[in-house]
Each structure stands twice: as structure tokens, then as C-alpha cells.
Write a protein that binds this ligand. Sequence first.
Ligand code: CA
Length: 465
Amino acid sequence: MTNFSERFSRRKFIVTAGASAVGSVLLKGCLGNPPEPTAAGGADAGGGGAVPVATSAVAVANEKRVEGIETTKVTLGYIPIVESAPLIIAQEKGFFAKYGMTEVTVAKQANWGSARDNVEIGSAGGGIDGGQWQMPMPYMISKGLITKNNTQIPMYVLAQLNTQGNGIAIAAKHQGKGLGLKLEQAAQDYIKGLAKAGTPFKAAYTFPKANQDLWIRYWLAANGINPDTDVSLLTVPAAQTVANMKTGTMDGFSTGDPWPLRIVKENIGFMSALTSEIWKGHPEEYLAIRGDWVDKHPKATEALLAGIIEAQQWCDKPENRAELVAIVSGKSFFDVSPAVLTPPYEGKYVMGDGKPDISDIKMGPLYWNDGVGNVSYPYKSHDLWFITESVRWGFLPAKTLADNKTVIDKVNREDIWKKAAQLAGVAAAEIPSSTSRGVEKFFDGKEFNPDKPEDYLKSLAIKKA
Ligand code: CA
């Protein structure tokens, strides 16, 4: 157990770190798309080391401590963007403690590369046991595709943290060219013409082969633009992307709340589309933990998940959003002005470039009810979409698709989620009865039938596979 003086010095560390380390990652953190570490290292390099942490054991009402819990301690990494809210709220509102997880540490990660490096180390080595991930990172870590020496570190996907809450930003210099959700022929020709003129449209994401790369690729390809040949798509540290966008050398990037608001407000650019327009209720980010940790602590995992499920239900309620903003915007967490976070949490988006503003709470980040399925439940059909899309762009070999059931069953532990949901008192009617959310529909009319991923691939005009 952590004694008071240890806690006190840890708190003191947070305060000290707040002045330097937190400040230095603030801009990147706000972008929602922390950069991939460069090979040469430097400011954006990943790696373990000290990360700003926050621990607390809040006194709770209605305690439902899990009997025979193997541990009360776990370290979960998070990126300071709206996707991480359930982790922070579960800790700060006492939902982890309610189920007996009284020593949860939520540790802010400088970027996705750092999170990956820290989960390789594990909490015993000063890293993390798991936390927030873009899909399919838990699969890539499990298969050793993005780890040092290609070490396979089995991960379990345990819950989805949210749906929606992301978008595609375009530099201001491209205003008036019809770059919206759908591109007419003239807009397609405009983008392709830039490549012909030797100044290809440069678009960025901050971690390759995961959500943001996939969203921008989907949007481009659905609009007749080949992301591999008609534009220049690349990994760029987020801070650099924005700086380049301001100076006119970066044309677009895929980003998450609360950044879209700033892009428009600061006249850096405009929003071509929200991801909720591209795919309503689309899967966004996930909770995944090292398999060895979960196998060793099955009851603690259920307790942890029950806390997250309750936090998600809490986060989803419009009447809690003001308190949610007050908590996550705080110094220990996102460290941003609450004014920046309020609009996305109310579903208010100024799109710019003459497009009508959006004001619909169901178009922003959602945590429990999105009108399509259960947000928290990790549908295997969604993991399959991420795998299919990875095959589409040549990120994974085509044989992965033939093998998908074996691959997904190893990583996706929706069975644990269901037990945790019962523990959290989720009504039976709200617990999905199928591991598939069914046929998924996209803005361009395409459909993904999880029973026939090959048909989806065949239906797509632009692909690498
Ligand atoms: Ca995201």
C-alpha cells in the first residue's frame, strides 16, 4: 500500500512536472494525435521515463468491492484527448475505487509511440500495464509489428472508450474549393492537379496504420482520390503539422477533439468533415491491457472494467458534461481551458469554409449510447473492420483476413466485458447478444457486412490489396 508520504511526494512531483514536462507536451496533447517518435529521437521520441501521473483513491458511496480481488493497483496510460475521459472520470469520480481498485494510476503519455514503449516495459519497469489505444494498435503490439525487435506482447481489447469525436482539418488556403464531406469532380481535380503541378496535397496523421490514418484514407478514397498516389500522406509530429499548416506547407490532417474548434477559431483552416459524418457511431478508441496482467488478475480486471463502464454511462449524460469538462480540463489531466472542451461536448462544431455549423450532441464524442449499438462493448465486428481496412491498404497481409477469427478471438475479450457489465448492474437488454454490430454503413453508400469482409474489399474502387 502506498503510504501518505509517498503519495505526498508523488503529488509534489506532479506539481513540479506540471511546470515543465506537462507544459512541453501540452500542444501535442491537445491535438489528439501525438506524434510517432522519430528514429533519431529528440523531443517527440518515445521511451519510458517519467510521465506525469495522477493517483487517487476517492471515498465512494455504494461500495461494491469485488471479493478476492488479486490486486488494487494498475497503471493505465492515456492521451489527453476526449477519448480518455472514461479513464479519468472512473478515477476522479471514484468508480474504480467503488469496485475495490483503489490504487489505479492514470498516466499521461507524451504520444502514441511513448504509450507503446511504456506498455512494452510494463508497470513493473516503470511503464504502463495498458490503457487507451487507437485501433488496431493492440493487434499490432500483440503481433510484434510495432514493438522493439518485433517482440510479441499479447494484449487484450476489453472495452471501447468512445465512438466519434474526430475529424479532418484542411488548411485555410484551400477554402472555396469544395473540400467538404463529399468532393465533386472539380474538387477531386483540384487535389489531383496539385500533384500534377509538383506540389501534392500533403496530409498527415501522427501514428501510422491506425484510426487517423484510416479515417483520412477512407475519406479520400471515397472521394475518388488515391491516398497512396494522388496525395502525399505522411506521419508528422502534430505540433509540426499545425505549424506547417499555419505557414502553408501542410494541407490537411486527421485530428481529434478538441482540436477541430481551434483550427477554425484560429483561422488555421477549416473542417472538411467530422468522422461522425463519414461513419455514424464509428468505433474510435479502446481500452486494452497486457494479456499477462489480465490473466494474472482476472477479478481485478472485472473490477476495473466495471468502473470504466460506470464512468462511460456517467460521461454520456448531457447533464454531467459541464462537470466532465471541469475535471478533464484540469492541470493534472488535459491542462486546457474549459472553453476549448465545452463545444465538442455539446456537439457544437464550427466547420468553416461556408459550411453550416453543426449543433447536435449526437455528432460529438459518445461514451454509452450512440443510437447504433453499445459504445462500451468491444464488438468483434469492428476489430474485423480495422483488420479488413489494414488489408485494404497493404498494412497487413491478405491472409490475415482468412485467419481473422483466430486473430480476433485471441485479442478481443468481450467475454470479460460482459461479466464486468453484470457486475456494474447493466441491464440485460443493454448487453449486446451478438459479437457483431451488424452491417455498417458509410457516407458514400458503401456497406461493410462483417460476415463478408471480402465483398466489402471487392466493392471498393481504390485500394492496394
Ligand atoms: Ca482518436
